[in-house]
Design a binder for this molecule. Structure first.
Ligand code: ARG
Length: 461
């Protein structure tokens, strides 16, 4: 390209190397920020007019020009140019092409450094709000399912071995709590995203009489970044977002693993709706849980983004460095992955159909009420450690007879321990077990129902 076509080439004597031009350009991905970039520019121009740096007519021309460009971009009519490097210079050039020399005044008192930092924050703030809404949607679906399954019993596990009976509603409410912390983490992160870098200019601020509070108000930022060097170089907020997103994806990945196991013929605890599964091109009987598998797999991308962003920042001296251009793709990919995963889950999770009979059968195997029997003996005056030993013997007896502990005849139990009375039979039932765990945070159906009611209030606040 003929040099003297860049917005910054006044001091240059030869054109940029063609490879370097493509290598350093970001427009292919940062064009996603166009709307936020334009919004930031409109606020900047409006502020410049209010403090007397731009005239009213200049400001009007700029705002009208930018509004037209925004429409073109949205309609897909904008011609992005790699030679113009990034979203900022593409839009500024289009403005000047559209309104003439007044367009050249837009960049007064700012730099792409504070501009891009502002754009990413505007972008991320909006995406965090979208993600938080999706979390709430998923949570409300979970609450409805938990309510319907408050009395359903399945074997609770530790070490993936049958441990104690729990209610399915209780298990789903565990999922609810996990993702509720994700919501809180994202909202906390949003507070630090919502601080405005604009006005820091390249790094040291600007000599024009700017009023940053005007721009902040127009852009709905809560605060103005307090130090210009920090404002242009800080990407902590992006790292925090990726960290919160990583924990969120780790949770979705764990749920995925459970759904994959539960929908297998070996467990057969749930049926996933056909619309979330796919078949095999060779095995006609297959119905594969692709959506949870893919979410489990996509989790790695988000962990990768967090590592990329941390590594991106660790060697940077103050203030802005071109390295920072590399913040966008991991951030965009994280947003796409999280939004996609939550969209699928918000629809799929509440639609999974539990097979209550299969859950119950499984809970009736594996001696799930052994702890209840030990607790029963303790209540009859036996020390817990002795009770543990006695019940262990009974479990061995049950195993040798091919029975579950709860199926052992009363006289056989009494032969092992005279303290046992006929009242033990209630204790050994699944309902007896879950109903007895009737305290705050316990698995008893009545506790699950009050946990659901409290959670509903919490998410509607
Ligand atoms: N495309 C750049 C980025 O994403 C914009 C800021 C460039 N600033 C500069 N001084 N080269 O970070």
């Amino acid at each position: 390209m003929n040099h003297k076509q860049k917005l910054w080439d006044g001091r240059f004597t030869e054109a940029t190397d063609a490879f370097v031009e493509a290598f350093t350009a970001s427009v292919e991905f940062d064009q996603q920020l166009a709307h936020h970039d334009i919004r930031g520019s409109i606020a900047h121009a409006t502020m410049l007019q209010r403090v007397g740096v731009l005239s009213e007519s200049e400001c009007r021309e700029i705002v009208d020009g930018l509004t037209g460009i925004d429409e073109d971009v949205r309609a897909g009519h904008f011609d992005w140019s790699v030679a113009l490097e990034d979203v900022h210079m593409n839009i500024e050039s289009a403005l000047t092409a559209r309104i003439g020399d007044t367009g050249k005044k837009l960049h007064t008192g700012r730099s792409r450094n504070d501009q891009v930092a502002t754009d990413i924050r505007l972008y991320l703030r909006e995406e965090i709000d979208r993600i938080c809404l999706l979390i709430r949607k998923l949570q409300s679906g979970l609450l409805d399912l938990a309510e319907a399954e408050a009395d359903t019993i399945l074997p609770g596990s530790t070490h993936l071995q049958v441990a104690q009976p729990v209610t399915f509603g209780h298990h789903l409410m565990a999922w609810f709590e996990m993702i509720d912390r994700d919501h809180a983490r994202l909202m906390d992160c949003r507070g630090r995203v919502n601080s405005m870098p604009l006005g820091a200019a390249a790094l040291a601020g600007t000599s024009y009489p700017i009023d940053r509070s005007i721009t902040a108000e127009l852009l709905e930022f809560d605060t103005v970044a307090a130090n210009s060097l920090d404002a242009v170089s800080d990407r902590d907020f992006a790292i925090e977002f990726a960290a919160a997103a990583s924990v969120l994806m780790m949770h979705l990945s764990r749920w995925s693993e459970e759904m994959v196991l539960w929908s297998s013929p070996q467990f057969d605890f749930i049926e996933l709706p056909d619309r979330f599964c796919t078949g095999s091109s060779i095995m006609p009987q297959k119905k594969n849980p692709d959506v949870p598998e893919l979410v489990r797999g996509k989790t790695g991308r988000v962990f990768g983004a967090l590592t990329s962003l941390l590594t991106l920042m660790k060697g940077q001296p103050l203030a802005y460095n071109k390295d920072n251009q590399e913040d966008k793709e991991p951030l965009f990919d994280t947003v796409t992955t999280v939004v996609g995963s939550l969209t699928a889950f918000a629809d799929m999770v509440p639609a999974m159909r539990p097979r209550r009979d299969k859950m119950r059968q499984a809970a009736l195997k594996g001696h799930a009420t052994a702890t209840d029997l030990a607790d029963y003996l303790v209540k009859k005056g036996i020390a817990f450690r002795d009770a543990h030993e006695i019940v262990g013997n009974m479990v061995a007896e049950a195993i040798s007879r091919g029975l579950d502990l709860s199926e052992l005849p009363l006289d056989v139990m009494q032969a092992k321990c005279q303290t046992i009375g006929a009242d033990v039979l209630d204790v050994l039932t699944l309902e007896g077990s879950v109903n007895s765990r009737n305290h705050l945070g316990g698995t008893a159906p009545s506790q699950v129902r009050s946990a659901i009611a409290a959670a509903r209030k919490r998410i509607n606040e």
